[in-house]
Design a protein around this ligand. Sequence first.
Ligand code: UDP
Length: 455
Amino acid sequence: MAHVIVIPYPAQGHVIPLIELGQRLANEGVRVTFVNTEVNHKLVTSTWTEQESFKGLMNMVSIPDGLDSWEDRSEVGKLTESIMKTMPGKLEELIEMINNEGTHKVTCVIADGCAAWAIRVAKKTGTKSAIFWPSSVASLAPALSITKLIDYGIIDNNGLPIKDQTIVVSQTMPPIKPSNLPWAFVGDMETTKAVFKISVDVAEAATMTEWVTCNSANDLEPDAFSIYSKIVPIGPLLASNRLADQTGHFWQEDFTCLKWLDQNPVCSVIYIAFGSFTLFDQRQFEELALGLELSNKPFLWVVRPGMTKESTVSYPDGFIERTRARGRIVSWAPQQKVLAHPSVACFLSHCGWNSTLEGVINGVPFLCWPYSSDQFSNQTYICDIWKNGLGFDKDETGYITREEIKGKLEHLVSDKTFRGNAMDLKGKALVNVEEGGSSYKNLSNFIDWIKIKMP
Ligand code: UDP
């Protein structure tokens, strides 16, 4: 029997789609050992059920990330350095331990593209391996183009932009802009260095594996898969994974908001969520609150604890009281279910790829508020290529004002073209994962390859 190790980068937006992949494989009779870091393992398995483990075929285990339990894992630079130092050895030990037990030897390693170090471990232990990129091809393209970008003098050897030259790969792909490279626009230098190292690693690992799969679809990125022909679309997995509810959350989902949505008219509620790690500064956070108030529409807003740079989240004076009748704030929502709810009119989103897919699969139009990494290219897809949403304009001080928020919300909701385009895109994306669709066929071929015994 095939036995796959699946290993995500330890962030929420990676763990969720890799669990979806693991569940797909387990449902096809493949044994799956899902490897989280110890900290994430505790979070994810606290609500893990028999149903989610597919009668024991999907087993959750953990290895240390090298940091002490009390250390801050939101510092990507520090976390990545520690992971790269500690986890390869620990993964090798785990594979050896499983193989020495002898009953179900590891036959394949599937590594998140942001955990490409695991591909080297697979090679070392003589195990076949594949990459799963949990985002778009457009977001992998810059990493695969690093050598060219350096040769053309666009970035230096550390990935930093030196020439402001935009590269248009195709009319249906977001252009590669030096200022928006996934590693260049992430905040501090340590993070930039770490994300650049991850990008160099995935580019190298892509040459070492037979399969580079991607949580996207031909009809979402029409030219991308022919230009980057090694990358194979097998998504959106969330649409083909109707086997179990979304799982793998780091925070407790507040299901009461679904009942609240039931009480609102069809297509009336603005859903606002910024994923798992976006940080707001206090002034911008308050401006967003006041924009929602000014818009005078029902809203469901996810405000994670610690979402602002201040120690506790604080709202403008009187905001909670004034909006109580039509606003609902939760600290973590069952997002896939929220976006599938008929009351949701639009999604004000940071445009993380999972959020983007979840909105697309439900035909929900977007208001884009990207912060870092691939979120800019996802915004370009939404606003310029798919045309199922709008972006914001900042004022001269670099802020998005309450009037801008109100204006764009009104435009998005009143102009039915956006909903129409969103519904068309939903239809196209679903065709890819239905029986006979291109992602469906690719995933079947991938699973067949996983099941083949190595000589
Ligand atoms: N999510 C959720 N509840 C929330 C906010 C987010 O379940 O209140 C999920 C969302 O459905 C998505 C993931 O968290 O699957 C976030 O991934 P994404 O790529 O959108 O953003 P990231 O957190 O990586 O920035």
